[in-house]
Design a protein around this ligand. Structure first.
Ligand code: 3PG
Length: 307
């Protein structure tokens, strides 16, 4: 019988697992669950005889892909697939997919949760500031970026975006101003919200020079990946600019240094929480399960990322 594994060290909401089970068992397949594992050996053992798997930020390394002898398809329930060794998948004839857009609203809502938390000094009783009337720059106008723009307008913010891969007219049709360069985005906006993927081009691309262009009181909001930040440059900037703050969904590697030195100018979630809502889990989980069934039954490769 075709076996589908859900391997999540950060588990889905139970309702999402139920929904995935309905799709998988409805197709006549068996569902196996590996949640909250702490040992890589457990993952290696779990993948040994599965035909398909759904993961989140779990690391699907070459070792994992090679240990999964029967694997035909792996779905990252989420947008960013930097955790999958695509080369290993291609070499082994495994189709890798993501589920774009399914958890985007959850991530966008967290952007504003963190922004307001910082603006109100962590709700510590002192007078904070408001975000209305401030300028927010959306760095990459994909699924999450669009939701961020929509919510920002509700907050009464001025919304800007930079994305060389999206037509200017498409962005402007949403009532968002388009700037001509990434530098212009940073020099224009009080808040910059990052939505770029982590890849060889973007890793460490958010550096001192770029961040230093932000106006006084600038805040960088990172619900993307910590790898896109040049952490040395970030520390250097936070040292040089006492007005600058950094809030991020998942702490940087230099967390301790920031926590020691820059009180009141940072916030980090304890675990990556952007997509951690029941709705996002259900949307991404069901999408992943359907994609697996459609691939196995009909060869449908929509959302394949290792072309
Ligand atoms: C994504 O790329 O979709 C998000 O980062 C979600 O990650 P998670 O599934 O680990 O919460």
């Amino acid at each position: 019988m075709t076996k589908v594994l859900i391997a999540t060290d950060k588990p889905f909401a139970p309702a999402a697992v139920d929904s995935i089970r309905t799709v998988v068992e409805g197709a006549g397949y068996e569902l196996v669950l590996l949640e909250s594992y702490t040992d890589k050996a457990d993952l290696l053992a779990a993948v040994a005889d599965v035909d398909a798997m759904i993961i989140r930020s779990d690391k699907a390394t070459r070792e994992v892909i090679e240990a999964a002898k029967n694997l035909k398809v792996i779905v990252r329930a989420g947008a960013g697939y930097d955790n999958i060794d695509l080369e290993a998948c291609t070499e082994k004839g495994v189709v890798a997919m993501n589920t774009p857009g399914q958890n985007s609203n959850a991530v966008a809502e967290l952007v504003f949760g963190m922004m307001v938390f910082l603006a109100r000094n962590g709700f510590n009783g002192s007078a904070g500031v408001e975000v209305r009337g401030k300028k927010i720059g959306i760095h990459a106008y994909g699924n999450v970026g669009r939701y961020v723009g929509e919510i920002a307008k509700g907050f009464g913010m001025e919304v800007y975006a930079f994305d060389p891969f999206v037509a200017k007219e498409t962005i402007e049709a949403d009532g968002v101003k388009v700037v001509d360069s990434v530098e212009e985005l940073y020099s224009t906006c009080n808040y910059v919200s990052l939505h770029i993927p982590a890849n060889e081009k973007t890793k460490k691309s958010i550096n001192f020079d770029l961040l230093n262009k932000m106006p006084k009181g600038g805040v960088l909001v990172n619900t993307a990946r910590k790898e896109v930040i040049d952490e040395e440059g970030l520390i250097q900037l936070m040292d040089a600019r006492k007005d600058f703050a950094y809030i991020s969904d998942i702490a940087p590697d230099c967390k301790e240094e920031i926590e020691d030195k820059f009180q009141g100018r940072f916030f980090f979630t304890p675990k990556k929480m952007g997509a951690q809502t029941a709705e996002a889990n259900i949307n991404a989980g069901i999408a992943g399960a359907n994609q697996i069934v459609n691939y196995i039954k009909n060869g449908d490769e929509t959302f394949r990322v290792n072309k």
